[in-house]
Ligand binder design. Structure first.
Ligand code: ATP
Length: 231
C-alpha cells in the first residue's frame, strides 16, 4: 500500500533522511523504532509532504506522492496524527470532530466514532479540548483522523507521556482500527507497547532503516533492540 524507496529529506541545509526504504502492506500495523533524532518523525512528515525538501519515492497505492502538496496527499487517503495532537482547546469534543481537515467519502460518522471511543462520547458536550486528559486528547486526535476518510494512518508516538492503563486503551483502539481494515504506521519509543499492536517493526538509525523485525521475533531480538535503542 505504501512503498518508500530512497527517501531523502532536508531541513534547510541539514540532510536528515539518507535513503529510507521500507513498505507497509494493506491492513498491516507497522512501527518505526529508533533513538531520539533517528529521523522517525521526519519520515512521517515526509510521507505527508510536510518537510520542505524531499527526494526519492513515496508510492501510495502505486501513485507517487513526492511532489504533491499535503492537502493532495490527504485527499489520496493518508492522514497524520502528529505528536502534538492538534486538538482545538477551546472547542468541545463534538466540535473538534466536526472540524476534520478533510472529509473524503468513507470518513467515519460521528456515531461510529462514539461507538469506537465510548469515553469520548461521555465527554462529548461537556469537555473542551483543554479539559481533556492526555489520554482523551490522544483518542480525540485519532478519532479526528478517522473522520477524514483516510485508510492509511500515521500515528506519531501516541503513547508518549500517558499512564500504563491509558496506553493499554490506545493499544485496544489500534487493534480495533486494524480489524476495520485500516493500515497504520506508528512511531514508538515503547517497544513493549509496539509488540502488542504491530505486525512488523523497522528500526531507524541516522536517517536510514537498518533492520526489520517481524513481531513474532521481537521478544527474541530484545538484546539487539536494546543496543539499537540505547536503553
Ligand atoms: P524524536 O523521538 O526525538 O522525535 P525522531 O527519530 O522522530 O526523534 P526527528 O524528529 O525526525 O527524529 O529528527 C531527526 C533530526 O532532524 C534530528 O537531528 C532533529 O534535530 C532534526 N530536526 C527535526 N526537526 C527539525 C526542524 N524543523 N529543523 C531542523 N532540524 C530538525
Amino acid at each position: 500500500m505504501l512503498e518508500i524507496h530512497g527517501l531523502n529529506a532536508w531541513y534547510g541545509e541539514s540532510h536528515i533522511l539518507h535513503g529510507v526504504d521500507f513498505e507497509v502492506r494493506e491492513g498491516e500495523v507497522v512501527t518505526l523504532l529508533g533513538r531520539n533524532g533517528a529521523g522517525k518523525t521526519t519520515t512521517m512528515k515526509s510521507i505527508m509532504g510536510l518537510v520542505p525538501r524531499r527526494a526519492g519515492h513515496v508510492k501510495f497505492r502505486g501513485a507517487e506522492m513526492i511532489g504533491l502538496m499535503p492537502n493532495q496527499i490527504a485527499r489520496a487517503g493518508i492522514a497524520i496524527c502528529p505528536e502534538e495532537r492538534g486538538i482545538f482547546g477551546s472547542l468541545s469534543v463534538t466540535e473538534n470532530l466536526m472540524l476534520p481537515p478533510i472529509v473524503a467519502p468513507g470518513g467515519m460518522g460521528i456515531d461510529e466514532i462514539y461507538t469506537l471511543f465510548p469515553n469520548l462520547k461521555e465527554r462529548a458536550r461537556t469537555a473542551h479540548g483543554t479539559r481533556l486528559s492526555g489520554g482523551e486528547q490522544q483518542m480525540l486526535a485519532i478519532a479526528r483522523i478517522l473522520r477524514t476518510g483516510a485508510k492509511m494512518l500515521l500515528l506519531d508516538e501516541p503513547t508518549e507521556g500517558l499512564a500504563p492503563v491509558i496506553v493499554q486503551q490506545i493499544g485496544r483502539t489500534i487493534r480495533e482500527i486494524k480489524k476495520r481494515g485500516f493500515t497504520v504506521l506508528l512511531v514508538e519509543q515503547n517497544f513493549h507497547f509496539a509488540a502488542t499492536v504491530a505486525d512488523r517493526h523497522y528500526v531507524m538509525e541516522h536517517g536510514k532503516i537498518v533492520d526489520m523485525i517481524p513481531n513474532h521475533l521481537l521478544e527474541s531480538s530484545m538484546d539487539k533492540l536494546h543496543e539499537y535503542l540505547g536503553v
